[in-house]
Structure formats: structure tokens, C-alpha cells
Design a protein around this ligand. Structure first.
Ligand SMILES: [Zn+2]
Length: 468
């Protein structure tokens, strides 16, 4: 007798070439069988006729730290069908401290930010400061570190040393391209790929470097695609929302703290200072993130200006800065061997309100940019490989029973499961806590917090999926 039997969904499992109506049986948190018309009994049977079922959605770029929006990131992800996520900035302690109250049962990997003015004093930390930060982060349960270079840059050579230092310690390394020399744009991306020097690195949100800051946006997209094809050591994601995520914080002298916010203000014709933010909010071009009670949302106009002033400028923000065609081209592009150029579809969401993998990502399927199998590959199988999660991203017998069920017609989630347990069901979040994906150094710290740990080795090579 199975624990759970999910019946009659359209099942998509690219690794096992499943793409049709089938039943999925689950036993002790693992996939037990995927087959048409499973006859054996189960303790619970759920009928998903007319719905689509795939390995649980893994969002490989999110934010869970309260400072980026609110503590509601896990809830906002799970409400949108995500079962596993990679946090791309921490702060690690804040996220872990919030799990007892705000955890909803999903898996999370966390990268601690390695960036001034937060975890480094300035843009030229010594190698010892890097080692101290990396070792402490891993011991506390982080999977690795993130360079927020586009927002808060380090010197180019310091960035390169930090990547090497982190990789030597088998930490996961991701970089939002940008240094004190080049910004968050196509030149910053070219520089970041060069600084990675052939080592495996996660380059964040490729679409962010194809916004037309240096050349025409599609020309930048072509440069980005060619660069990624020539440098297969770079693993990456791109998101589908027009909205970006940044902070609207200004220094006491009126200058902007985040370089990305400066870029956005300039792109919309505003000055790159506090006065520019004020005008952009009033012109409804800049948006402020606010706590809407259980989730975060965006506001603009006079209301947002009041919020920004009351918070002494210290609020998360967003601009509709991503042109559409680069997002589509980056989602579709393939290498000569059939592997995707951009490995995964992400959102850069979480507590930033744009968790749109289903609501916008499935439009790519309807436009024939991606097949349904390719969609599942880019939203589950490939990001599982990036996170070195061998038991996730597919529905092989014995794999973790992480599953997302959605309605393709309405592009909305129907249900989700982690280890065979319900997370999202009947429109409600029905689980608690979190499982943390960490290295062997952080296992004890995570378990001491009463959470389950999945230990992976980010130093292991990634096998990229070619044509299936
Ligand atoms: Zn981000």
C-alpha cells in the first residue's frame, strides 16, 4: 500500500522522457512508481485530471532576507508552486531565524552576501577577511557566497580572488556581475566571465546585463549568448519578469547606495540621487516594496514616496527595466550540443513580489518558445543539477517526492509536495519549517536549529543536460 497516489495528471519528467497522462505513487517521501493506471491501493488518493504535474519547481534565484522586502519570502514562493529555492544574498541568520515563524516546509539553500558595506568594510577586503567570512557562513549553514557586485561592487582583482578563495573551500559561488570598474551591464558580465577564469561559477540573472545600457538590448543579448557558449564553466539563470529588484536607500549626502538603482534612474531619465528617486516614485516609474500583511507587494506614486521617506529611504524597490525580447531569447537559446545556454528560469523573487515562474514562464510554452518538457527542465532538472541535488529535478524511482501540480490553462499552481508531504493544497499552505541545503560544514548548525539538512558538495562538477 502506497502512502500517496496522485492520479491522472499530465506528467512531465524530462529526465525519464515522460510526457503524458500517468499516475505517480509515493512511499516514505520517495517516488515509488510512475505509470498509467496504477492499480495498487494507497492511504490517500488525489485526482489531478486535467492538471499538469512536474518535478517540484526549483527557483534558482530568490531573496528571503527581510531587508529585501519582508520575511514572507518562503510563503510567497510556496504560494506560487516553488518547492526549492536558492537565496541569493542572505543575510543568513535573518533567514534561518525566520524559519520557525515563516517557514512553510520548502527547501532552501542560502548564499551569504560577500559585499560592502554589509559583510566587508570596504571594496578591497583582504584574503583573510574573505576566508573568515566564507568559513563562518558555511559553518552557520550557508551553501556559499554571493557577490552583489552590480549593487555593491568590489575591485575587479578582489572579486577574482574572492571567487577563487571560495571555490578552493568548495563553497557555492554566485556573482551579480559588476565591479568598481564595470557596472551591472554587458561589460560587467564580460569582466565577470573573464575573472571567473574557467572556474565553475553561477552568474546571476543574465537578462540584467541585456537592458540596453551599453549597446542595443538585443545586441547585448547576442554578446551574452556567445559569451556563455564559449565559457561552459558559467552556470546561470535568467528571469521572465519585466520588474527588477533593488534598494532605494540613499546616503545622508543624497547619493544612491545601489549602483543598479542608479542605472534604473538614468534609464528612465532621472538624476542618480535622492531627488531622482523622489521624482521617479511620483512619476510611477519606481516602485517601493511594502509589507501587505502576510506577503509583500509593490506601491508607487505619492503613497510610495511617503513610505520611502518614513523609512528614511531604506526600502526595497523595483523598476520595469527588463525589455521583453532579451528575456525570450535568453529563455530559448541553445548550445550546439542541445544544452540550454542559460541553464534555468528563475525569478529573483521570493520576498520581492515577482514569483512568476508559472504565471509568466508558462507563457513561453504557449508561445512555443519552450516545450512543456523544456519548461520542466529549466525550472526543475537543470537548477537541481546546479545545486548538486541528485535526488531532485526528476521523478525516477527513489527520487525525493518533490512535485508541483499546476493548471496550464490559467498558469496557476494547484498543489505542491516536498518529500511526499503537502505544502500547497486547496489554495492554502499546510506545512511548517524548512529543509536547508548546505555543505557538510553547516549540517550541525542547521540540525541544532531543529531543521532538516540536505548536505551537498558545491565543489562537485555539474553535468549539464544536453538534448533529451
Ligand atoms: Zn537577486
Amino acid at each position: 500500500m502506497y502512502d500517496l497516489l496522485l492520479k491522472n495528471a499530465w506528467v512531465v519528467d524530462p529526465l525519464n522522457s515522460v510526457n503524458g497522462v500517468a499516475d505517480v505513487a509515493i512511499q516514505e517521501g520517495k517516488i515509488a512508481k510512475v505509470q498509467r493506471d496504477i492499480q495498487e491501493e494507497a492511504k490517500e488518493v488525489i485526482d489531478f485530471t486535467g492538471k499538469t504535474l512536474q518535478p517540484g519547481i526549483i527557483d534558482s534565484h530568490v531573496h528571503l532576507g527581510t531587508m529585501w522586502g519582508s520575511p514572507f519570502g518562503p510563503r510567497m514562493l510556496a504560494m506560487n508552486g516553488v518547492t526549492t529555492c536558492l537565496d541569493m544574498a542572505g543575510p543568513l541568520d535573518d533567514i534561518l531565524d525566520n524559519v520557525p515563524e515563516y517557514g512553510v516546509g520548502i527547501n532552501m539553500a542560502i548564499l551569504q552576501f560577500a559585499s560592502p558595506p554589509f559583510t566587508f568594510k570596504n571594496s578591497t577586503p583582504s584574503q583573510q577577511e574573505m576566508i573568515d567570512l566564507i568559513d563562518k557562513s558555511l559553518a552557520d549553514g550557508a551553501l556559499g557566497v554571493k557577490l552583489l557586485g552590480g549593487h555593491y561592487p568590489l575591485d575587479p582583482e578582489v572579486s577574482a580572488l574572492l571567487i577563487r578563495t571560495a571555490l578552493e573551500r568548495r563553497a557555492y559561488v554566485a556573482w551579480h556581475a559588476g565591479t568598481t570598474k564595470n557596472g551591472s551591464n554587458i561589460n560587467g558580465m564580460i569582466e565577470a566571465v573573464k575573472m571567473a577564469d574557467g572556474y565553475p561559477m553561477h552568474l546571476a540573472h543574465i537578462n540584467a546585463y541585456c537592458r540596453g545600457a551599453i549597446h542595443e538590448a538585443m545586441e547585448e543579448t547576442k554578446i551574452a549568448i556567445d559569451l556563455l557558449k564559449a565559457n561552459p564553466n558559467i552556470f546561470c539563470e535568467s528571469y521572465v519578469s519585466p520588474k527588477n529588484g533593488t534598494r532605494l536607500t540613499c546616503n545622508p549626502d543624497g547619493t544612491i547606495q545601489s549602483k543598479v538603482t542608479g542605472n534604473c534612474l538614468r534609464a528612465f531619465g532621472f538624476t542618480e540621487d535622492a531627488d531622482g528617486v523622489r521624482k521617479a516614485l511620483l512619476a510611477r516609474k519606481a516602485f517601493a516594496v511594502y509589507d501587505a500583511g502576510g506577503y509583500s507587494d509593490l506601491m508607487t506614486g505619492e503613497e510610495a514616496l511617503k513610505l520611502w521617506e518614513a523609512a528614511k529611504t531604506n526600502v526595497g524597490g523595483s523598476f520595469n527595466i527588463n525589455p521583453p525580447l532579451p528575456r525570450i531569447a535568453l529563455a530559448q537559446a541553445k548550445r550546439d550540443d542541445g544544452a540550454f545556454v542559460v541553464d534555468a528560469i528563475s525569478t529573483d523573487g521570493g520576498c520581492i513580489p515577482r514569483n512568476v515562474i508559472l504565471s509568466q514562464g508558462l507563457s513561453l510554452v504557449k508561445l512555443d518558445i519552450l516545450s512543456l518538457s523544456e519548461f520542466a527542465q529549466k525550472t526543475s532538472l537543470n537548477p537541481a543539477r546546479m545545486l548538486r541535488l541528485e535526488n531532485k529535478g526528476h521523478l525516477s524511482v527513489g527520487a525525493d517526492a518533490d512535485i508541483t501540480v499546476y493548471d496550464l490553462a490559467t498558469q496557476t499552481p494547484v498543489a505542491s509536495f516536498v518529500d511526499g508531504k503537502k505544502i500547497l493544497f486547496n489554495g492554502e499552505l499546510v506545512s511548517k519549517g524548512a529543509t536547508v541545503i548546505c555543505t557538510e560544514h553547516g549540517k550541525d548548525a542547521i540540525e541544532a536549529r531543529g531543521m532538516k539538512a540536505i548536505v551537498v558538495d558545491p565543489g562537485k562538477q555539474i553535468e549539464r543536460i544536453t538534448a533529451l
